[in-house]
Design a protein around this ligand. Structure first.
Ligand SMILES: Cc1cc2nc3c(=O)[nH]c(=O)nc-3n(C[C@H](O)[C@H](O)[C@H](O)COP(=O)(O)OP(=O)(O)OC[C@H]3O[C@@H](n4cnc5c(N)ncnc54)[C@H](O)[C@@H]3O)c2cc1C
Length: 501
């Protein structure tokens, strides 16, 4: 059997997956059925948490250099501003949204992967696979028609919304399939006077409308078509763009000079299980969201980061492999469910139809967005820094009397500290003051813990933080033995050998 993990699909999720695994020393092959990278730019935003995670891969700097920082999002009803959410207060190394066309994000990620010594095998399609107990057997077909059959320890389907891997596994989705139609238009807008560093999102009974400045004089219009279908053809044209702008926008905005006009259909889904034995799903292959909130690609990148450190530890031979791998589905499935619910709630508010209810909504919206904590909560949700794994089976028991983030929550970046999860092996970070118990723990779990203790987050407490930056356990200094229990019980002790695979 080959040692190489087979990654299917070189979109943003497959590229992240390949880089994370490779830098943790896991051999990979990444195949992509198309022969060239797409120049279509569906996703436009990388959120704060995604940038933090991509910093660990060494891609953050190049992405930030290529993109444009967006400072705030405005919520409007017609020309009236209901609220403005500023990203500056987010506790992150990246307190902004980064606007970068998806094609550029993929370019940077692919170059970064190449710097880690892995080349995408383009023009190579997965055509069949068998999910065995000890290995996955897969057949690949190249553009010239030649075929190759291989075995791999794991197969990861990062093959997008129409996922061949998901369909072959026959995995079903939770909840009824939600279908919606959308318009996307890159155009020149006259009469749209928003600062280019701010986004505009409009509440309207007909559906969602958002306008972003791509470059001086160029704008992206994205709109939900569910209610326009009866009055306008589904074919995207400038008249449809103008009609929607006129009905839902701030007024007086004229669209011209389209460079991209398209309609597309979304089938929202969240697969019931992101894992079937030795096969995993990540990104759009596992979950598809509607574009409100612009979270889809970001969520997929987080899937990749979540799975990669676990696979790398299992390959190193930690004893608790099954529990570690199962936690991928539990954690990421729950986050996708949560997101769908949040988007559903936001959409319901924005679509209120009765004029008196709209009046009340706008008034309450003004009050809500007038409150700093409320604005901050919205910013933290959008930027994904408040997402976490509160119900993860990998969380130690929480002691509510202790300060700061508890098990499953993201530990915000600590001043002067490098990002968590860097390096060539996934390691837990230990935050706290030195002492005999801590020293002994570091010696006992030298293969699992970072070699250097990090400074305390708050006095008298120890934090054990996972390689992806989420708190695993928090205890008082005198209870350091509980961290020993944690590492033994949840992870399975020191990583020693790959023989258990
Ligand atoms: C209009 C629009 C706007 C969006 N805006 C945003 C946004 O602002 N923010 C955001 O976060 N998300 C956004 N999204 C969602 C985002 O584009 C997707 O979530 C993202 O592309 C998913 O990445 P992925 O790698 O999972 O899948 P994909 O990008 O679809 O990549 C899958 C890859 O797998 C390849 N493949 C498929 N089958 C095989 C096979 N059998 N063998 C080999 N290769 C195969 C495909 O060719 C493809 O390259 C938007 C989506 C749309 C449609």
């Amino acid at each position: 059997m080959s040692e190489q993990v087979l990654i299917v699909g070189a979109g943003p999720v497959g590229l992240t997956m390949a880089t994370e695994l490779r830098r943790y020393g896991v051999p990979v092959r990444i195949i992509e059925k198309t022969t060239q990278r797409t120049d279509q730019s569906r996703a436009l935003f990388l959120w704060s948490r995604t940038l933090e995670l991509l910093d660990r891969l060494g891609a953050g700097e190049a992405l930030v250099a290529a993109g444009r920082k967006v400072e705030a999002v405005n919520i409007l009803s017609g020309s009236k501003r209901i609220g403005r959410v500023d990203f500056a207060d987010i506790e992150s190394a990246h307190p902004y949204a980064l606007m970068l066309p998806q094609a550029e994000t993929e370019r940077v990620l692919e170059e970064n992967l190449a710097a880690h010594g892995v080349k995408v095998e383009r023009g190579t399609e997965l055509v069949t696979f068998t999910n065995g107990d000890n290995a996955v057997s897969a057949t690949l077909r190249r553009a010239d028609g030649t075929e190759e059959t291989l075995t791999a320890p794991w197969l990861i389907g990062c093959d997008g919304g129409g996922s061949f891997v998901r369909k072959t596994l026959g995995l079903s989705s939770t909840g009824p399939a939600q279908q919606s139609d959308w318009l996307i238009a890159d155009v020149h807008l006259a009469g749209f006077d928003f600062p280019p560093t701010e986004l505009a999102s409009f509440w309207h009974e007909d559906g969602f409308l958002a306008i972003f400045t791509l470059a001086p004089g160029r704008h992206r219009v994205i709109a939900d078509l569910r209610h326009a279908q009866g009055v306008a053809p589904l074919e995207a044209d400038l008249d449809l763009v103008q009609y929607i702008l006129h009905k839902r926008g701030p007024g007086g905005v004229i669209a011209s000079a389209p460079s991209w006009l398209s309609t597309f259909r979304i089938h929202e889904r969240n697969v019931t299980n992101y894992r079937a034995g030795r096969v995993f799903l990540a990104g759009d292959a596992a979950h598809v969201h509607n574009p409100v909130g612009a979270q889809g690609m970001n969520m997929g990148i987080h899937d990749a980061v979540n799975l990669a450190w676990k696979l790398a530890l299992v390959r190193q031979g930690v004893a608790n492999a099954e529990a570690l791998l199962e936690s991928y589905n539990v954690e990421r499935h729950a986050v996708a469910e949560h997101l769908v619910a949040e988007i559903g709630r936001a959409s319901a508010i924005s679509l209120i139809k009765i004029p008196s209810a709209q009046f009340a909504r706008n008034l309450l919206g003004n009050i809500f967005f007038g409150l700093a904590p409320a604005r901050r909560a919205v910013a933290e949700t959008l930027s994904e820094v408040s997402l976490g794994y509160r119900d993860s089976p990998l969380n130690a028991e929480e002691d509510h009397a202790l300060p700061g983030p508890g098990p499953g929550e993201r530990l915000p970046p600590q001043p002067g500290q490098p990002p968590l999860g860097m390096g060539d092996s996934p390691r837990f970070a230990l935050f706290g003051a030195p002492g005999p118990g801590v020293d002994a723990l570091q010696v006992k779990y030298a293969g699992l813990l970072e070699p250097d203790l990090r400074p305390p987050v708050s006095p008298r407490c120890l934090w054990l933080v996972r390689p992806d930056g989420y708190v695993a356990a928090e205890v008082l200094e005198e209870d350091v033995h509980q961290l020993d229990d944690y590492l033994y019980r949840y992870i399975g002790g020191d990583a020693t050998t790959a023989a258990s695979l």
